[in-house]
Design a protein around this ligand. Structure first.
Ligand SMILES: [Zn+2]
Length: 426
């Protein structure tokens, strides 16, 4: 094949790279774009029952403006980015039995745990590469167990390791390094008569980097419930805005896959195309945001997993439809220059966007609608579980000093523009 044949493709690629369509994972956590997140949070207010809607309407500007705080916070802590997605297909095939729906179970499975002996031998004891996991036991079966326990394989009681893990390893979740003292190890394994003495141990979390979205949501849900119980107005507002963001993200199919920007299928740029470009073009004029009433969520854990799996079920369509269009519509009809404020940018042409939008038969609209309904339901559920406090009684005071400081700090880190955590997706 001649170089000239590839020239148009190469030029296009250079363009895309130059303007940032070939963007990184870090830029992609802004599901729905700032516009979409704000719109979704705002509309969720109107799903609420009479006892709640007055309070939320009064603070609708806050709920709207702060819909994007979690994205801004990615500049302040490395633990933030992973809350916005889950690369569920990284871990295996549908129906993803290899991804436990309990966070501790997921971490137990995919955290590598090493013990270092006094002779400085490193023994890899736990983690899916060296064990087989069953509901009742973990079969340790590689070199590590041989060196440590002097056996070719050993069936370790699952619950026993899980309890140890939770107390001594998961408890370090927000530390930079996960370390365990040799003494703790020696005591814990004593009854299994290890051949060597442990000097220390450490663990590496291989799970979280691929996203923890459905595990984080019930945590935030619980915090919001507590805020209602405490009748803490600032907390209620902050957490309402934030859970809105995370729920919005969970509704985006491309937030549930390792191929989050089409980079594995030669569709780089599809992330922003689906979640920002389409809503910006069509949401205000064509989408219907009256989505009915908030509903009580019986089991938040299951519920948020269902949301993620539902999003994931649309993934094939998101990718395949764009693929088909990109192969039938000429390249120069796919990308157009458009004026944005002062700059001219290369983006998907309106007609191309229209074709994608129509071929998906309202998928973006219905995911936005589902996000709105879910957010209202999350707020409503937290309020009900808190015993339906009278929101009229909440004092209308200003944000307290700590809250103002926190926002200011996040805002300035956001403006400085350096995200903590990995700088590329994988
Ligand atoms: Zn996000």
């Amino acid at each position: 094949m001649k170089f000239y044949y590839h020239l148009p493709k190469i030029l296009l690629l250079l363009f895309l790279l130059a303007i940032g369509i070939g963007t990184t994972r870090q830029d992609l956590n802004e599901a729905w774009g700032f516009y979409g997140h704000k719109r979704i949070n705002r509309m969720a207010v109107f799903t609420l029952p009479p006892e709640m809607i007055g309070f939320y309407k009064k603070h609708i500007e806050y709920i709207t403006d702060h819909a994007v705080d979690p994205d801004k916070r990615r500049y302040a802590t490395k633990h933030e980015a992973v809350r916005h997605y889950i690369d569920i297909d990284h871990w295996g095939e549908f129906p993803y039995d290899m991804v436990p729906r309990d966070f501790t179970d997921a971490l137990v499975r995919y955290t590598d745990f090493y013990v270092i002996s006094e002779e400085k031998d490193t023994m890899h004891l736990f983690g899916d590469k060296v064990v087989e996991i069953t509901p009742n036991y973990i079969r340790m079966k590689k070199d590590g167990v041989k060196a440590f326990l002097g056996r070719d394989s050993f069936d370790f009681p699952y619950d026993e390791y899980r309890a140890f893990f939770k107390k001594n390893i998961q408890a370090n979740y927000y530390e930079d390094d996960w370390k365990v003292d040799g003494e703790v190890i020696n005591k814990f394994f004593k009854k299994y008569k290890p051949k060597v003495k442990a000097k220390k141990a450490f663990a590496i979390d291989r799970f979280s980097p691929y996203g923890i979205c459905p595990y984080n949501l019930p945590v935030v849900q619980k915090r919001l419930t507590d805020a209602f119980i405490e009748e803490d107005k600032n907390k209620i507002l902050r957490l309402s805005a934030e859970i809105g963001h995370y729920i919005g993200d969970a509704h985006v199919p491309l937030h549930t896959t390792e191929n989050y920007n089409g980079q594995l299928t030669n569709q780089v740029g599809i992330h922003g195309f689906w979640e920002s470009r389409l809503p910006e073009l069509f949401a205000d004029k064509e989408y219907n945001f009256f989505v009915g009433k908030a509903e009580y969520i019986e089991n938040p854990n299951d519920y948020y997993w269902d949301v993620v799996m539902e999003s994931h079920s649309h993934l094939d369509s998101v990718l395949l439809i764009e693929k088909r269009l990109s192969e039938t519509i000429p390249r120069d009809k796919q990308y157009c220059y458009e004026k944005r404020l002062e700059a001219t940018v290369l983006t998907q042409c309106k007609t191309y966007a229209r074709a994608y939008h129509e071929a998906m038969k309202g998928m973006v609209e219905s995911r936005m609608q589902a996000s709105i309904r879910s957010i209202g339901s999350a707020w409503f559920t937290a309020w009900v579980n808190a015993g339906q406090p009278d929101l009229k009684k909440l004092k209308n005071e200003e944000l307290d000093k700590a809250e103002r400081e926190r926002l200011k700090n996040e805002e300035s880190l956001f403006k400085a523009g350096k995200i903590k955590g990995r700088s590329h997706g994988n």
